[in-house]
Structure formats: C-alpha cells, structure tokens
Design a protein. Structure first.
Length: 304
C-alpha cells in the first residue's frame, strides 16, 4: 500500500464503490476497469495489491455478505428475491456459494439470525487481559434495552447531506486509528482541526457479524462545512444517510460494541428496518480530553 500512489488508491476506492452499487447487475472486469480509468490488466494487478483480493473474489464475497445482511434484516424477502438482488441468476448456484462461504444454507442462516442476537462477551486471555469476542446467543432483550435507556438518548431523525474528507481503512476495527492519523495529518495544516464545530465520523461499510475482521472496510471521515474546491490530496464524497435511529452516548471505547448491539435491538423492537445504507458514528469530542476517557458520540443506523 505504501508504494502505491494516493491517486491510484483513490481510483481503486472509486471502483470498489462502483462494484458495491452494482452488485445486482452483471459485473465485467473491462467495465469496472474502464470506470476507474485503467486498462483491465493494470486494474486487476492494482486491485489485488490494494485489497489483497482478486476482483472476482471481491465481487463474490460482497454479494454473499450483502445477501447475509438481507437475510438478517429483510425477513420479508424470499431467498429467491435475495439471490436476484445480489446478482445471481440461478438459485442453486447462489445456495451452493452461500453454504460454502458461511457453512450453512441461506434458509438455515435466515432462521438462526431470527432466533439469535450477537452479544459482547468478555473472556480472559492467556496474559490475563480482558479481550472482547463475539458469540451468538439468545439474549435478554429487556436488559439490553434497559442499559440503552440508562446510557443513551435515542431518537429518530432525518439527516441532511454530509460533505466528507476521508481515508479508507480495511482490516480490524481498532486499526482504523492509522487512517485517522493520516486524515489528521492532512487536516491540521489546513486549520480544520481548530474548528470549534469539528466533527469526525466513522462509516462502517461491512458488518463484523458477516465479514472476516481482515476484510472489514471503514472510512475515517472529517465533516466539511462545504465541498472542497480541489481534491487537495484527500478522498472526498457526499454522504446522504436519510432517516436514522440515533443514540447519543457518553461511553468508553470498550462499550462501543455493546452500544451498537443495543441500537440494532432497539431498531428491531420498534418495528424499523435497516436501510441499504451504511451505519456510522459521529464524534463530538476527543476521548483523550475527557476526564474519564469517554467519547461523546452518536451511533446512527439508517432506516427505511
């Protein structure tokens, strides 16, 4: 990654967005490469260098992960409908690919995700430190919702459009700090970090429930007052989340996963369905400046 120019990485990110926006269509290497302004040969080579996956493997994984999200959050859709939504023209082919990837059929996955919730589970590691792992279990919903009520204010509101400068990150969630360091290094000499209304945002493009930690993609973002006139050495985009469930917390980083779980359960229990848009966090402070090391943060889930 360090030997690849930033403008090349930006083009690959653009291609990734094109793929994700068109998973329901037939995706051909030549078309994707042309969209990113590369020859097919160079695009395939650079895509592999940046993402550590071939274009075809990436498309297959994203289709299956998107289908898993549909199975979890769009219970009204049939498995045939879902397979078509993610670009499969043959149900048998979709079912075989899904079972190979997740170890169970789409029908079994849909049933299991209806009966179980993800819980944050703390276990002691070999060195005696507390680690966080995920496990599926039938949880006590009332306890989780009570925790949410005690620790957050939850509302539903329509968000306007955000103009963002961002740095992409792929890998474990905790390593996104590297992307933020890169973003801050760019923003500081331009005076953005001194803005009294400074807001940072993390957008989660993948779910840790259905994606391997090494494949999780996120964007470390800085909210802009207006679009940049020039790219100025950074990625930019317009983000329009629409209607969202928003929970405002003042919590430590170790409580973030619990907060996300509570927010998704609140969504389900109150009859909302997740929209086909990425969830995100908006930060209102730097935890390092908080006397208890806490973030003041909104956890936001776009809903229909």
């Amino acid at each position: 990654m360090k030997s690849i120019p930033n403008h090349t990485i930006t083009k690959i990110v653009t291609a990734i967005q094109f793929i994700e926006d068109n998973l329901h269509k037939k995706l051909v290497l030549n078309d994707i490469a042309k969209y990113a302004s590369f020859s097919p040969f160079h695009f395939h080579r650079l895509f592999l260098a940046v993402t550590k996956e071939t274009v075809n493997d990436f498309i297959i994984r994203k289709r299956l992960e998107k289908s898993a999200a549909f199975l979890m959050h769009k219970k009204q859709l049939s498995i045939t409908d879902i397979s078509e939504h993610v670009g499969y023209t043959n149900l048998s082919s979709f079912s075989r690919s899904f079972k190979k990837f997740y170890g169970m059929s789409p029908a079994d996955f849909k049933k299991e995700s209806s009966e179980k919730y993800s819980k944050i589970c703390k276990t002691e590691s070999k060195n005696g430190e507390i680690e966080v792992t995920f496990e599926q279990y039938v949880c006590n919903i009332n306890n989780i919702l009570n925790w949410l009520e005690m620790n957050a204010t939850t509302t539903v509101k329509e968000f306007s459009t955000f103009e963002l400068a961002y740095v992409s990150h792929q890998g474990k969630i905790e390593n996104i700090i590297n992307a933020y360091n890169q973003l801050i290094k760019w923003a500081t000499p331009k005076g953005f970090m001194n803005d009294e209304n400074l807001r940072m945002m993390t957008i989660y493009h993948d779910s840790p429930k259905i994606s391997d930690p090494s494949n999780l993609r996120m964007s470390a973002c800085l909210l802009l007052n207006k679009p940049l006139q020039k790219k100025e050495g950074i990625n930019t985009k317009t983000f329009t989340p629409g209607k969202c469930i928003i929970s405002r917390f003042e919590i430590k980083p170790t409580e973030f996963q619990q907060a996300w779980e509570a927010n998704f359960i609140w969504m389900s229990e109150n009859g909302f369905q997740k929209a086909n848009k990425d969830p995100f966090e908006i930060y209102y402070n730097n935890a390092a400046d908080h006397p208890e090391g806490k973030f003041i943060v909104d956890f936001c889930i776009p809903v229909e």
